[in-house]
Design a protein around this ligand. Structure first.
Ligand code: ADP
Length: 389
């Protein structure tokens, strides 16, 4: 930035020097500058905006310097209209110049055209303000969304709870068809609806980044065996065979048991849903040097390669399944979120002949502490076979 130097005499009333470069930089002649710089009267030449304020600030500084001796330099920023009629931002710095005897001999000043710098500064301020207001708006929207989903979930679950409880009691009390079947249908429908509501809540939490996991040491083999037991009736009803393969009796990792259970249940429920009767489902659990790997392999209807890319996106359901199967297309999207929250990966491949292989990994980077291994886990079996028809 080029500077323009000027000198004011020791009384502070006359400009005795001005750099000729002012003509090039501000299109004001040295004569015009000398006549108008300190004058509260003249309208042309060095055309200040807020002229009287700036001139009185400068003259107060000069008076202080003359009265009290040394002062900190005067630094002021203001706008002028240059000789071409353009508005320019000016930064002016003024210092007293001392003679050998310590008295003030003159005042030396510097004028810089800081218009570009000011424009950039203003743009940055505008950008910052814009960003701050957008952030505020987004935070409000997120908060509203949380509140709305919470209220919605509450509204939906309140009437559902007695339906689940009553239909459960009815199903166990009734012996006679068709009433038993009807009660079981109500119960199944209510439980499905409850699951969908939970999925919606999890999805919203995931989208707004408040989905969290609580890791504790768990035995993957025991957890898988528990889930297999839980879905045993479903397997029998669907006339499916399930084989659980694992090389080790216990595989401990640090993970969130509820979320891991949810992932396994989602994948197993899909395998059951999309595998016709007499089919086979396999669960494999093994360890690599960095991860625990889970695989759910079915002999079902499979998935085309073009569909695989979108399968883990929320609400994505295959065209062919929309009419035939219930669901909202959230199970895989949520499973992906849960696996990724653990630092793992999830993907799908086609099985050799027919069916699909869903694989997910959970990293074992955090070693499980030995004291946690004394928790007394049960179900340490080498191979678990359920629902053999
Ligand atoms: P949904 O609740 O609709 O099953 P998911 O996210 O779990 O939602 O699955 C998305 C879609 O992926 C399903 O609608 C189905 O078309 C397909 N899909 C999932 N798992 C399988 C599988 N094991 N075999 C065939 N298709 C599957």
């Amino acid at each position: 930035m080029k500077e323009i130097i000027y000198i004011i005499d020791n009384s502070g009333s006359t400009v005795t020097f001005i750099s000729p470069i002012i003509e090039k930089l501000l299109s004001i002649t040295t004569k015009e500058f000398k006549m108008t710089f300190l004058s509260t009267q003249n309208k042309g030449g060095y055309l200040y905006k807020k002229r009287s304020q700036i001139i009185s600030k400068r003259s107060a500084f000069i008076t202080d310097c003359l009265g009290r001796g040394f002062e900190d330099p005067l630094k002021i920023e203001y706008q002028i209209i240059n000789g071409k009629g353009e508005c320019r931002w000016i930064r002016e710095t003024l210092n007293p110049q001392f003679k050998a005897d310590g008295s003030i001999g003159a005042f030396a000043g510097r004028i810089e055209d800081i218009t570009e710098w000011k424009t950039t500064e203003q743009q940055l301020t505008d950008l910052y303000q814009n960003e701050a207001s957008l952030r505020h708006e987004l935070e409000t929207q997120i908060q509203n969304r949380i509140e709305f989903t919470r209220a919605l979930v509450h509204e939906l679950k309140t009437p559902l709870t007695p339906i689940m409880a009553a239909s459960d009691t009815l199903s166990s009390g009734l012996k006679q068809e068709p009433w038993l079947n009807l009660a079981q249908n109500i119960n199944k429908g209510a439980f499905n609806l409850n699951k969908r509501i939970d999925e919606l809540l999890d999805l919203t939490r995931g989208e707004i980044g408040v989905l969290q996991i609580k890791k504790i040491p768990i035995d993957c083999i025991e957890l898988s065996a528990d889930i297999i037991q839980y879905i045993d009736a479903k397997l029998r009803k669907a006339n499916l065979r399930l084989v659980f393969e694992h090389d080790e009796n216990t595989i401990f990792i640090e993970a969130d048991p509820d979320r891991l259970r949810q992932v396994l249940l989602n994948l197993l429920s899909n395998a059951i849903k999309y595998t016709p009767g007499s089919g086979l489902i396999k669960i494999k659990c093994f360890r690599t040097s960095t991860d625990v790997v889970f695989q759910i392999i079915d002999s079902g209807i499979g998935i085309s390669s073009s569909d695989m890319a979108y399968l883990f996106e929320p609400y994505h359901r295959l065209e062919r399944d929309r009419e035939r199967f219930d669901g909202m297309g959230l199970g895989l999207a949520l499973s992906k979120r849960f696996v990724e929250l653990h630092g793992g990966r999830i993907w799908v491949e086609n099985a050799n002949e027919h069916g699909s292989i869903f694989t997910f990994t959970i990293p074992t980077l955090t070693p499980v502490k030995p004291e946690h291994l004394k928790l007394g886990y049960k179900n340490k079996r080498k191979s678990y076979e359920a629902a053999v028809n």
